[in-house]
Design a protein around this ligand. Structure first.
Ligand code: ADP
Length: 607
């Protein structure tokens, strides 16, 4: 169903009503599309290319001048010219070399800055686009994706792509320019020697090809093992309390070590391969240089070549060789980066199955706000499409009413709330009034914006006064004010530096500040101490006043306070009524109470 992420666990089976849920095929990654990433940087990149050309020209100019300098010196020593004249000429050549080197450095610096500048901007834009694409994906997508992998794509893949779209292209252009110029100058100096040099290319290429064929799988496996190790580390640190509670430090250490050991063994094999290849390639290259030198020496002896020309030739040959090597390296990195590019473009192109923008605006003539209605809702989770979780569920909560959802675990209570929040769309049926659905393609999300609410409610930060007022409603102001840093306190990831009751009161304050018409509550199953419980209850009652409330209830006290109780069983509402009515009816609800599935109201102190 979902070809995007490995390990998505899609089981192939598809419940009715999920037609059209198949993923559109990702567009192929073309070089055009890759370069398109750098489209906004055309100016700096063009300028960078000019700098690059100047730098390359200057680079190949130096050996030519150096060769001339050698020839002038040799001529003078052989009595071919006066020493004064030779000194004057060598000084002038040295000045030319200095000028060329200065030009090359300037152009090189300019090239580096311009390309880097473009690269950073491309990467920044890419990451922002990728984040925006991800954050708009529907909740079902995140049920299947691994957080670690998504953050990895955001950081790593975009970095790799940046390199391909800008720096690699630039270096490839530079290398190609130097190579072509070097070859031309080689030919101009001595076609015979050039032919001799080029004869060395096929065996060198063959060894490189063999090497990369052997090395690539090793590198890939090493990266995969490292990623596994990183996943173990991320999972461990993000759930350290669980690890500690179960005394699993030893186990996670062993898992981490296992993954690192695997990475190490691949890295060592890779290192052994490198230790064989590079000396071999080096000897081959040196052999070629020696052969060229020997043959060149014969040409000099025969008077067919000057010594200076020979030394310039050797330097050109080295230029050509190193740049050819660089081009091969770039080619292989581009091939590797194409994998990363495919993954990034897949995410960039992915259309969320739920439109996050739709339904957030109140259509004109909408029914009174705060009306929650589920009509014959059938629902299967996208990650488990063959199992119906809700089977024709109907529920209506009129504005301002408080309804408690009760039922055995796994019956579908949380799923109902998730649908009302529009984390998912129903597979069949509707989870909002038909009128609203007709006016907007999707039901309003909860908390629904109050009519007339300005941008402040959905956008910008709340003012300090509103913040404090909400905290007071939620019984959170006193404890916040007592903290050394007050409202500026850093509470840690997921609020690790707060107590259970404090976290709940902060959550209530957060809900209050958005001033929703509908309040969705999931009652904590674990009891707080009596004092905290009282503070949370009081806060909840204040927050719920005048609002439509749907609460997943686990306590009798909550159920008694609700206007109506709905028993969720096997994806349907089994019965609905007040606590007293349902008790008297002696049905599913009475059985729940009987089996003490609803905790009694008074938290017992000292237990
Ligand atoms: P309750 O809140 O009544 O305990 P839930 O709504 O949480 O019940 O769960 C109903 C069923 O849906 C359970 O069988 C559960 O395993 C399944 N379920 C819940 N969340 C998901 C999910 N994100 N993906 C797949 N199945 C889920």
């Amino acid at each position: 169903l979902e070809p995007l992420l490995p390990g998505d666990g899609s089981d192939g089976g598809e419940a009715a009503g999920h037609a059209g849920a198949t993923e559109p095929k990702a567009r192929a990654v073309t070089p055009r599309r890759l370069l398109g990433l750098a489209a906004g940087e055309a100016g700096p990149l063009a300028l960078g290319c000019i700098c690059l050309l100047v730098a390359s020209l200057a680079q190949v100019g130096v050996p030519k001048l150096a060769g001339e300098l050698i020839d002038v010196a040799i001529q003078a020593s052989g009595g071919g010219s006066s020493p004064e004249e030779a000194r004057r000429r060598t000084s002038s050549i040295l000045l030319q070399i200095a000028a060329v080197v200065a030009a090359s450095s300037l152009a090189g610096g300019g090239r580096s800055w311009l390309f880097q500048h473009a690269a950073e901007r491309v990467m920044c834009r890419l990451r922002v686009r990728l984040f925006a694409a991800l954050v708009l994906q529907e909740v079902g997508f995140f049920d299947r994706a691994r957080t670690g992998e998504l953050t990895n794509r955001l950081a790593e893949d975009s970095r790799v792509l940046r390199a391909v779209a800008t720096t690699s292209v630039a270096s490839a252009l530079g290398s190609a320019a130097v190579m072509v110029l070097g070859l031309v100058l080689m030919f101009a100096t001595s076609p015979l020697l050039t032919a001799l040099t080029l004869a060395a290319i096929p065996p060198l290429f063959l060894t490189f090809w063999l090497y990369s064929r052997a090395s690539r799988p090793l590198v890939r496996q090493q990266l995969a093992a490292s990623a596994r190790a990183a996943a173990v580390a991320e999972e461990t640190f993000s759930s350290l309390r669980t690890v500690r509670s179960f005394a699993k430090e030893g186990a996670v250490q062993a898992r981490y070590e296992g993954a690192q050991d695997a990475a190490l063994s691949y890295a060592l094999r890779s290192a052994a391969l490198d230790a064989c290849f590079f000396p071999l390639a080096g000897s081959l290259a040196t052999g070629v240089v020696m052969a060229v030198l020997w043959y060149g020496a014969q040409l000099v002896i025969a008077g067919q070549l000057t010594a200076g020309a020979l030394s310039a030739f050797v330097v050109y040959a080295l230029f050509v060789a190193t740049n050819a090597g660089a081009l091969l390296g770039i080619a292989s990195s581009v091939v590797q980066a194409l994998g990363a590019a495919e993954r990034v473009f897949e995410l960039l192109d992915r259309q969320p199955r739920l439109d996050m923008q739709a339904g957030t605006q109140e259509p004109a003539g909408a029914p009174e706000g705060g009306d929650v209605r589920l009509q014959d809702v059938w629902f299967a989770y996208p990650s488990r499409p063959s199992i119906w979780v809700l089977r024709g569920l109907c529920l209506h909560v009129s504005p301002g009413r408080h309804v408690a959802l009760v039922g055995a675990s796994g019956g579908g209570k949380s799923t109902v709330v998730a649908l009302v929040q529009r984390f998912y769309d129903p597979s069949r049926g509707a989870d909002a009034p038909a009128e609203r659905r007709a006016a907007a393609p999707h039901p309003a999300r909860v908390p629904a914006p109050t009519s007339g609410a300005g941008g402040a409610r959905t956008g910008g930060a709340a003012s300090n006064e509103r913040l404090e007022a909400a905290a007071r409603v939620a019984n959170a102001h006193d404890f916040i004010a007592a903290l050394p840093q007050g409202y500026a306190t850093e509470v840690g990831e997921r609020g690790v530096r707060l107590s259970g009751g404090q976290k709940q009161r902060i959550a209530i304050a957060r809900a209050v500040i958005t001033d929703p018409r509908v309040l969705l509550l999931d009652e904590a199953t674990s009891a707080l101490d009596a004092e905290s419980e009282h503070l949370v209850q009081e806060a909840l009652e204040r927050a719920a006043a005048g609002r439509t409330v749907l609460v997943i209830a686990h306590r009798l006290s909550t159920v008694r306070r609700a206007d109506s109780v709905a028993v969720v069983q096997e994806g349907r509402i089994a019965e609905q009524g007040t606590h007293a009515q349902l008790l008297a009816a002696g049905g599913a609800y009475a059985a729940l109470v009987q089996r003490q599935l609803l905790a009694n109201e008074q938290p017992q102190q000292g237990q």
